[in-house]
Design a protein around this ligand. Sequence first.
Ligand code: PLP
Length: 391
Amino acid sequence: MIRLVPNINFPTGFSQVYSFEETALVRKLHEMIPGYQPTPLVSLDDLARKLGVKQILVKDESKRFGLNSFKGLGGTYAMFRIICRELELDPGTATLNDIMSHSDKISRMEFITTTDGNHGKGVSWAAKVFGCRAHVYMPKGSKPVRAQAIRDAGCADVEITNLSYDDCVRMTARLASDMGYHLIQDTAWKDYEEIPTWIMQGYTTLFYESVDQMHQSGIDAPTHIFLQAGVGSMAGAIAAAAQSAFEKLPIISLVEPDAAACFFESFMTGDDEAHPATGNAKTIMAGLNCGEVCSTAWDILTTLARFSISCSDDITIEGMRTLAHPQGNDPVIISGESGAVCAGLLKVVLEDLRYVHIRQQLELGADSVIMLINTEGDTDPDNYKKIISVA
Ligand SMILES: Cc1ncc(COP(=O)(O)O)c(C=O)c1O
């Protein structure tokens, strides 16, 4: 089941949030990290032909830093900025070597966060990169395999709590102030916006790599970008970067699980206010299972997103299978539950006659150049295998 709602407040103006200098700094940090490589931007030409669109480009973040998702981009950049602040180093000129020369002080720094998997893994890994420690908490229902992946990725202790994602975030924020830990959370709220903004800026590396890769292939800009949203930080970061990169803003759509559709439900009310999701939070899209929006992402996305789309789990299952069993000569893309939903949505909307009205609203057609982000690989390997074993 797919439902679409237009953002009736679009366009409300410009939200040029990330300056060239800021995003250049982000990329410089990532390029300093050992093992850094741009992830591939894959063109699924045979799928595009089959679905009747010009091009489908998939930025494959399953290949990011060996972490199986894009999330390490945000955790590393925010941790770098916090460390620079604590050591009174200029982030504009500090190198990893400068930072490492303070390893004694850094080893005493402790970070804390809530995660449904990928962000915590990124933070754990970032703690290993910089030589400090992290405490990671997960909401109820989190799979032990995801908790173990966080421990294995770096330097973190991990606990699965009995709390919902949003309550777990509140608990870690309290713990941070009680214990003197650095809260490194990938969602913002009033009075806690600077660090989440660094995290969001961290994500822009994947976007600017894509722009370079498009230009190398002779593509000026996509006509459409589909972005998964949990709290919306990733989508907000990419939308803000797209606004500064392209003369004409592509049609940006947010995509959420129907069980935790905070943007979709907020756009439905049309009152320009963010509302918590009312769904039952039961979805296989663990990374998108968030009921409350990130405040800074909300400000950007109410300005830049044209549509919000909610999808049931069968849509992401369709996407996982489509990418695992490609058409013709297209390469295989390993895409997990939160990574594949936009691919599934695209396929279903373009093939299933019940969704012709959505295809028309989205202005999808023969000239469309569509950008998707495979935000994670097989982060739950057993479930992935089970799902893709059916073609
Ligand atoms: C794989 C994956 N995709 C997308 C998202 C959505 O990111 P955000 O919560 O910033 O909207 C997440 C968040 O954890 C994720 O893990």
